[in-house]
Ligand binder design. Structure first.
Ligand SMILES: Cc1cc2nc3c(=O)[nH]c(=O)nc-3n(C[C@H](O)[C@H](O)[C@H](O)COP(=O)(O)OP(=O)(O)OC[C@H]3O[C@@H](n4cnc5c(N)ncnc54)[C@H](O)[C@@H]3O)c2cc1C
Length: 414
């Protein structure tokens, strides 16, 4: 080892990516007494292409992270109603603007939301390196990993040593690639586009519009404030095979011609350009751990295969990775068997729900089936309640054998 090797900084944990997953992991590792190095190739605040929709269950996790729900909503919009539209323009409504004042979910622009999380996380990190890109890592003879980062300001390569690398670097994760995990797979991927609209008053209602051209995905209108909405599309490549058009072309066509979308956006105008990002879906097979490596959030493809929702899972998986990873660090063994509890945990608690959602995605691939199911939801409350119970929730398999689950579906009034 030469003298420069001796000066390589050592951290017990290195977290790549300071989005919701990486920021959450930083906070929980520190709570376990292990302050990590947090690295991101960007500086904050930064934009992230997303629908900005934050499901209610996420707020419980955010409270534990030290956030106050009401304060968070100063930066966004509380949502009281969800409308789902079928390709035949049948509407299914969940929640009620007048009757139900309780919050069902919320929308907060990621430019703000991620910065709030990051600013909290930076207080819990041993060090924060922004504008640094993760390149690769290699195991050294002393049982540590040497991580290569590139300083994007100077172009200079920098090195750090660690025993545990957390891949929280999003849907195109380099950490996953470097560890030989989760190879690209088009079958388990959505592509998403987003554009902000402004210029009219939006109800606190989120809209999911299933148009035959967007299947198995949908177009959404998520208000992030009284006069601003996040509008986007997520779907898969089959759109190109079916229509010979890009997802962007389909998006523009749906915005211009779908009567539901036109009505919702009537009087609004685009505020910015269309931006895109991939969504690796949770049905993607393969382990999320390797020797010394744990994947969290999008890096581990923890995205619901039918809704495209991933913020909740990013925070949840980061919390669990910190709990299990910190024990491995303390015990001085971060090889794969010592991290297996994390793999077992997500397979038991998250995967069954993803499998159900993936079946719904498969069902929505067929236009006739999607029409039938979504039309049925609009006229039959039992179908609607089943849809919303399965849609976007990590339901364990055993719940389907529980009579109470079915009773709630039968009796729930939306
Ligand atoms: C179009 C679209 C709409 C969506 N809508 C919703 C929605 O409404 N609700 C919802 O819950 N989810 C939604 N999602 C999913 C959601 O955006 C993700 O699940 C969420 O961002 C995951 O957070 P993360 O921290 O894992 O990754 P990210 O938020 O992507 O953060 C990753 C971080 O890693 C950094 N990074 C990347 N590569 C490197 C590198 N090599 N070195 C250093 N740093 C790196 C990036 O700069 C970034 O800050 C949507 C996704 C898309 C694409």
């Amino acid at each position: 080892m030469n003298s420069s090797e001796n000066t390589i900084p050592v951290y017990p944990v290195v977290i790549i990516g300071a989005g919701p997953a990486g920021s959450t992991a930083t906070i929980y590792f520190q709570r376990e007494g292990i302050a990590p190095l947090l690295v991101d190739r960007e500086t904050f605040p930064r934009d992230k292409v997303c629908g900005d929709g934050i499901p209610m269950k996420t707020f419980n996790l955010l409270t534990d992270l030290g956030f106050d729900e009401d304060k968070l909503f100063r930066h966004g919009y509380k949502i009281h109603q969800l409308n789902v539209y079928s390709p035949d323009h049948q509407r299914t409504r969940f929640g009620n603007l007048k009757r139900d004042a309780s919050t069902k979910s919320g929308c907060i622009p990621r430019y703000v939301f991620d910065d709030l999380l990051f600013q909290k996380a930076r207080q819990h990190a041993a060090d924060v390196w922004l504008n640094h890109r993760f390149e690769s890592y290699q195991w050294e003879a002393d049982g540590t990993m040497r991580v290569t980062l590139v300083d994007l300001t100077s172009g200079e390569k920098k090195y750090v040593r660690t025993r545990l690398l957390i891949g929280a670097d999003g849907g195109k994760s380099r950490v996953a690639r470097a560890a030989g995990l989760l190879q690209k797979n088009r079958t388990h991927r959505f592509d998403g586009l987003r554009q902000y609209f402004t210029g009219k008053t939006f109800d606190p209602t989120v809209h999911l519009i299933y148009d035959e051209r967007t299947l198995p995905g949908y177009v959404w209108v998520f208000p992030v404030g009284e006069t601003r909405a996040n509008v986007g599309i997520m779907t898969d490549r089959s759109v190109r095979e079916r229509y010979g058009k890009t997802i962007r072309e389909v998006f523009e066509e749906v915005l211009a011609t779908n009567p539901d979308v036109r009505r919702i956006l009537d009087g609004a105008r685009p505020e910015d350009e269309i931006h895109g990002a991939p969504l690796p879906l949770g049905s993607l097979p393969g382990p999320r751990i390797a020797d010394g490596v744990m994947l969290v959030g999008d890096a581990g493809a923890f995205i619901n295969p039918v809704t495209g929702g991933g913020i909740y899972f990013a925070i949840l998986t980061a919390r669990e990775a910190a709990r299990i990873g910190s024990r491995a660090v303390r015990e001085g063994d971060t090889r794969k068997p010592a991290l297996a509890e994390y793999e077992n945990w997500w397979r038991k608690t998250i995967l069954p729900g993803f499998e159900y959602s993936d079946r719904l995605r498969w069902w929505f691939k067929d236009e006739k089936r999607a029409r039938w199911f979504l039309n049925k939801c609009s006229t039959n409350r039992i179908f609607a309640n089943f849809f919303i119970a399965v849609y976007g929730r990590p339901l364990p398999k055993r719940i389907f054998w529980n009579p109470l689950f079915w009773l709630k579906i039968l009796l729930h009034r939306g």
